[in-house]
Each structure stands twice: as structure tokens, then as C-alpha cells.
Design a protein around this ligand. Structure first.
Ligand code: CMP
Length: 139
């Protein structure tokens, strides 16, 4: 069954102009980008988006980073999209990411790790609603 996941191409990647290369990896892996937009988040939006991490020591730096430059938010569609996109991204820390993953190829550090992807089907639905409640996604 087709599934959707939510992705962010983060500031370290938009600043290096590698969003096309990342989208190429996403499409080559069989995902369809069914929605995307380039936006600059406010610190408040970043804090709300990453609320689940608010007790973690890296929370403030993470939110400042995400709101430091434009990001591309996107909805990806594929069978098994949530799990398959996590595989394609690779480990959160690029030092542990496998060859052929986005983070192995592009991430600078655990903080500047180029992409975010939903961790579960339910989270994907919440994250998609957070950024795309204003549009009908037709696929
Ligand atoms: P992301 O998948 O966007 O989810 C939360 C982000 O926090 C994560 O990617 C990392 O970029 C960042 N982060 C920084 N330090 C850590 C850590 N120790 N564990 C997990 N995530 C971290």
C-alpha cells in the first residue's frame, strides 16, 4: 500500500545548493515528491516542530539551526515510505551512516545532518499536517 512520509531538507543543504542532488537520490530510490515548498521557519515554528525533543540538551541549538536559513519541506510517497526513507537517509550521526545514504554523502555532523524524516506513520501524518494543512496533496 502506498504510504506518505514527511521530509525536511535542512539549512546546511539549502545553503550548499545541494537540494537537487538530494531530490535526485530520493527519486532514484523510488519515491514520488508529491508536495514540496521552500520556507524559512521562525524559531517558534522550529520549537513547535521539534517539541518532542524539548527536554534534550541539544533542543535549543537544534531549533536555532533549523530556523537559521531556508529549508525545503516535502511529502514523499512510496510503498513503505516511512521506513524506506529512514533507510535512505542513513543514521542520524553521519559517522555511523552507511554508504549510499543521503547523510553519508552530504551530512556535515549530527547537528547539520542535511535531512529529517518522520519516525513513524502517525508522526508523518502530524508533520505533514503541520506544514501542508493549506493545500490538497493530489499525488
Ligand atoms: P532529526 O532526524 O531531524 O531529529 C532531531 C535532530 O536532532 C536530529 O535529526 C539531529 O540532527 C539532532 N541531534 C543533535 N544531537 C542529537 C543526539 N544526540 N541524538 C539525536 N539527535 C540529535
Amino acid at each position: 500500500m502506498l504510504e506518505r512520509t514527511f521530509s525536511i531538507i535542512k539549512p546546511d543543504a539549502t545553503k550548499r545548493n545541494i537540494t537537487g542532488e538530494i531530490n535526485s537520490m530520493i527519486e532514484s530510490a523510488g519515491f514520488t515528491i508529491v508536495a514540496q515548498k521552500k520556507i524559512k521557519l521562525t524559531i517558534e515554528q522550529a520549537k513547535k516542530f521539534y517539541e518532542i525533543h524539548k527536554e534534550r540538551p541539544f533542543y535549543n541549538d537544534l531549533c536555532e539551526f533549523l530556523s537559521s536559513a531556508p529549508v525545503i519541506v516535502q511529502v514523499l510517497e512510496k510503498e513503505n515510505a516511512v521506513a524506506d526513507y529512514r533507510k535512505l537517509m542513513g543514521a542520524t550521526n553521519p559517522e555511523n551512516a552507511e554508504n549510499g545514504t543521503i547523510r553519508k554523502k552530504f551530512a556535515i555532523s549530527i547537528d547539520q545532518n542535511s535531512v529529517h524524516g518522520s519516525d513513524a506513520h502517525e508522526t508523518a501524518a502530524v508533520e505533514i499536517k503541520f506544514f501542508f494543512s493549506d493545500v490538497e496533496i493530489v499525488g
